[in-house]
Design a protein around this ligand. Structure first.
Ligand code: UDP
Length: 382
């Protein structure tokens, strides 16, 4: 029998760390023909050319596609990815497309699949947040036929969106599989690879909020001033490529890159980044790292502004302090976080580290491959 063809689409470091365990388990099984369509930030030198990280994983059949992510226009990135991925899918004729999360590249993948009657599986739909990511995530879910979600709350939201419970599978967030691995690099290895000159540090990771671009430069400058004035050491990671990221980069270049207390890095390999998180004093910014990875390791996080709005049920993790984009509140949160010596209790809201195993047992079932390309809205009310 011909092997089923599966395409995984990845557009950023953010989704790659999450689908990597799923690619790994699917490729190693050797019963599927597995392909990877790599686009977006992976092909951008400015954002660390993370295409190399994909290659280093030893995966085969990687197709690079430059969607001109540096243009900064989400609509043209979406259009370019639809074109490029559309041609690729026409040539390959896959049985399944797997996309992750809430980026425009994943939306392009889901649209191309749906429009061509190819089954699309969406990993980690049903979550809530702020910014345009929130809209994109739900749109991807509606264009997808199968859902692999992190927890029962995400499952319920998809049911609320008219998706059939039968095609929603709770597997947990797959990045937790890597987070629980005993093979993560040591702190010494991570420090050496990224030339980190200090032992005690916090991590700064701040992204543009695409719906608040008018205030972004002020917010970025305020945050940079407070971080600078705190007197602590920081590992600073570049934001993603969303519109507005240049405002943040400008502030980093002018104030942080020139000072020895700051090690500014475009992107860190996921496994090394996890080691850096584990050893950090705290995480500050508005990345999902402060909501997902840091609480899983019990590391304190300062979550700024609206970008992660309601991502985690309020009060679920004691390690997270939410603050508005306000200088004095940020300053106070940094002072408080700097005093914390302990690690918090491990938070398992997004899963337990066994996602790939669950995923594999689902995609090897015969009925999985009989999923109908025609979806029907499931009403909750008569
Ligand atoms: N990440 C990474 N290397 C980095 C920065 C982030 O591997 O240099 C991972 C991080 O652990 C998380 C994911 O990428 O799982 C997304 O983080 P990011 O802040 O880029 O995006 P967000 O999810 O907030 O949109």
């Amino acid at each position: 029998m011909q092997k089923k063809k599966i395409i995984f689409l990845t557009g950023t470091r953010a989704d790659f760390g999450k689908i990597k365990p799923l690619i790994d388990v699917t490729m190693r099984a050797n019963i599927f023909e597995v392909h990877i369509f790599a686009t977006g930030m992976h092909l951008s030198k400015k954002y660390g050319y993370t295409m190399n990280e994909i290659k280093k994983c030893g995966f085969e059949n990687i197709y690079p596609f430059d969607n001109d992510v540096e243009s900064g226009s989400l609509s043209s990135v979406l259009a370019n990815t639809i074109n490029g991925f559309g041609d690729y899918v026409q040539a390959l004729q896959p049985n399944l497309i797997i996309v992750h999360g809430d980026r425009v590249e994943a939306l392009a993948g889901a649209l191309v699949g749906s429009l061509n009657n190819i089954i699309v599986a969406h990993v980690e739909g049903g979550e809530v947040s702020g910014t345009i990511d929130e809209h994109i995530r739900h749109a991807i879910s509606k264009m997808s036929h199968i859902h692999f979600v992190a927890n029962a709350e995400a499952q319920k939201r998809l049911v609320q969106m008219g998706e059939s419970d039968e095609v929603i599978h709770v597997i947990g967030s797959p990045d937790l599989d890597i987070m629980t691995s005993s093979d993560l690099p040591s702190m010494e290895e991570a420090k050496q690879k990224y030339s980190i000159p200090f032992g005690r540090y916090a991590i700064l990771l701040y992204h543009p909020v695409t719906s608040e671009l008018d205030k972004l430069q002020v917010h970025a400058d305020d945050l940079v001033s407070e971080v600078f004035d705190s007197g602590l050491n920081y590992i600073v990671v570049y934001p993603n490529s969303d519109p507005g990221s240049d405002c943040i980069l400008k502030s980093y270049q002018e104030h942080l890159e020139v000072n020895d207390r700051f090690r500014v890095i475009p992107s860190v390999r996921f496994e090394h980044f996890l080691t850096l998180i584990k050893h950090a004093k705290f995480i500050i910014g508005n990345s999902s790292v402060g909501i997902r990875e840091a609480p899983f390791y019990g590391v304190p996080s300062i979550n700024i502004g609206t970008r992660q709005h309601r991502r985690l049920k309020p009060g679920t993790a004691k390690s997270i302090v939410d603050v508005p984009d306000d200088r004095s509140e940020i300053a106070r949160a940094i002072r408080d976080a700097a005093k914390i010596e302990k690690r918090y209790e491990k938070n398992q809201y997004f899963g337990d580290g066994n996602s790939a195993k669950r995923f594999y047992s689902i995609i090897t079932r015969d009925d999985f491959w009989n999923t109908n390309a025609q979806k029907f809205f499931v009403d909750l009310y008569e």
